[in-house]
Structure formats: C-alpha cells, structure tokens
Write a protein that binds this ligand. Structure first.
Ligand SMILES: C[S@@+](CC[C@H](N)C(=O)[O-])C[C@H]1O[C@@H](n2cnc3c(N)ncnc32)[C@H](O)[C@@H]1O
Length: 310
C-alpha cells in the first residue's frame, strides 16, 4: 500500500504493515526537490535545493554533499517540504535562508532590503581602485569619510569599511526597516563603530563633505516591471527597484545632494542600469561633474560610473 508521495520523494511503501518503509537517501530527496524547483522555473534548482537543506540542518553545502548517500531524516520531511514550497513559489533564496554573501561578507537579508547582487561588487572594486591610487597602495591607512545613499542591507558600505579599517561611513536609507537590517549587519561584522545610520530622503538631512560617495539607487523603468523575474517583482521592495518612466528619477533627485556633499577631489561611484551610462553621464555633466571612467560588471556591461567635480 502506498501511503504517501510528496516533493521530497518520500514514497513510503508498506505491504499490509509488514515490510519496512522504503528508505530514501538525502540525494534522492534533494533530487526530487531539484525537479520540483526546475519545473517551477527556478534558475539554479540544484544549487538552491542543496542550500535549502543545508540551511535546515545548519551545515554547509559541501558537508551535505559528502553525505548524499545517507538516509534522509524523516523528521525533517515537512520542514524541508515547506522550504521547497516557498522557493517553488519563487520567493528569493536569500529571503528564505535569511542570508546572502557579498564581497565574502555573510549578510543578513530580509524582505525589507534588496538582495545584494554580485554585479554590485564592481562598485566596491571601482571605489577601492580610486582609493588605492590616491594612497599609492596604502588603502588600509585611508581615513576618509564615505557616504552610501540608499544603503539597503549595508552591502556596499560594509564591504568598503571591511577593506578600509581607518575610514568612517554614513549609511542613508528612506526605509527605517532597511536601516535596521544594515545596522544589524554592521554589528554582526564588527564594523558598528565605523559607521552611522540615518533615515532620510537621499542626502537631504546631511551636512559636511564626503571623500567617497557610493550609491546604487533604484533604476528600473516602470514599464520593465512586468518583465522582471517573480523573485524580484513579487518579493523585493518597490522603493529599491523603480525610478519612473525612464528609470532616471533617482539620479535626478540625487544630483544636487551629491554636488553639496562631495569633498574636493572626492569621488562618486554610481551604479547604473543596462544601457543607462550615456544618459546618466549627461545628467551629471549638466550639473558640472565629469566622468572618470565606466566600470563593467561580471557580464562586461557598464555597471558603475566613477564621477568627480575636479
Ligand atoms: C537598489 S537598492 C540598493 C541597496 C544596496 N545599496 C545594494 O546595493 O544592494 C536602493 C535603496 O535605495 C533606497 N531608497 C529609495 N529611495 C530613497 C530615497 N529617496 N532616499 C534614501 N534612500 C532611498 C531604497 O530603500 C533601497 O534600499
């Protein structure tokens, strides 16, 4: 008699209560989850299925893979199924497991913040390149002030501070919930003393000058919303994504604050959307900035503008 079958592949077979239940290995169960996630359109079903089980067991994926032939612990079946169900409904993996790696930092992630994207690491690269140049390679002694406008999870600012122990930073966001995630990431990484957090509309409540300003503002056009993957469209905060009809509203809003807050010889590293480089450069030329260079992301797309006023 077959008494049940579910996404975990847990087909329990007993013959009139006499035979033992079929034993499934971890590999079998994860294999079924991979099929389920693949059918739901998840981009990396294999990776995600293993990571979900690794999360449930609080072990790393490599440890789990080494035990793929071990029997699956039946007590975990419902919990694993619940996680796979959420991912099959296209909830982002980072929301489910509550973590995401960025610049080798382990960050806490909730639905209140944008999941940090690997492509955004090119902003950190670009900023560190500028600092290396100005310090002739002694970046760890650089004691400049950094501002991150639209700090979200804190990924950019915390990555920079982790490389620049003598620097000090301010992280700004309009979302109080995002700021509490960023603050808790700062504490968790032991960087809390190097940073202040402020809830305001871009730089409107700030005074003073910053040597480095980084920002990854929203830049998706309203009409692109329907083309976004469900993970983004249905789960990530709209305030982190959309910027009007042409996707440039946030850059327009930021311009005057950047002008007021940038120190002389300061640098701005601005993330841009695909194909936006020329339009964003033009906006900043009009305001008296010049573009030093464009930095490409992992796919070779212009993803970051390095701007200055000097
Ligand atoms: C694209 S997300 C970037 C988050 C993070 N810096 C990253 O790279 O993952 C943009 C962030 O800007 C914030 N934001 C949107 N409008 C804002 C405003 N008017 N003032 C301050 N922050 C704003 C959003 O809440 C969101 O956290």
């Amino acid at each position: 008699m077959t008494i049940g079958s579910d996404i975990t592949g847990n087909q329990q077979t007993r013959r009139n209560g006499q035979g033992p239940a079929t034993v499934h290995t971890i590999g079998d169960v994860v294999g079924k989850a991979i099929q389920r996630l693949g059918a739901a359109g998840v981009e990396q079903p294999r990776m995600d299925a293993w990571l979900l089980l690794a999360h449930l067991r609080s072990v790393d994926r490599a440890t789990l893979l080494a035990h793929a032939r071990d029997p699956f612990d039946e007590n975990e079946r419902l919990s694993f199924q619940a996680l796979v169900d959420r991912r099959a409904a296209r909830e982002p993996l980072a929301h489910i497991i509550g973590r995401r790696e960025f610049w080798s930092l382990d960050l806490q992630i909730t639905a209140d913040v944008l999941c940090p994207r690997p492509d955004s690491e090119c902003l950190v690269d670009a900023a560190l390149h500028e600092i290396r140049q100005s310090t002739k390679g002694h970046q760890r002694e650089w004691n400049g002030h950094i501002l991150d406008l639209g700090v979200g999870s804190g990924c950019l600012l915390l990555a920079l501070l982790s490389e620049l122990p003598a620097a000090w930073g301010v992280g700004v966001d309009i979302s109080q919930q995002a700021l509490s995630v960023a603050r808790s990431n700062g504490e968790m990484l032991g960087l809390g003393k190097q940073v202040s957090w402020l809830c305001c509309d871009w730089g409107s409540s700030l005074e003073g000058r910053f040597d480095l300003i980084v920002s990854n503002p929203p830049y998706i056009t309203d009409r692109e919303a329907s083309d976004l993957a469900p993970e983004i469209r249905n789960f990530e905060p709209a305030t982190a994504l959309f910027a009007g009809e042409d996707g440039l509203d946030a850059y327009r809003a930021l311009r005057s604050d950047l002008d007021r807050l940038l120190a002389s010889r300061g640098r701005i590293c601005l993330e841009i959307g695909h194909g936006q480089a020329a339009a964003v450069e033009a906006l900043f030329f009009q305001a008296g900035f010049r573009s030093i260079r464009r930095q490409q992301d992992l796919a070779g797309v212009d993803r970051c503008l390095v701007l200055t006023r000097d």
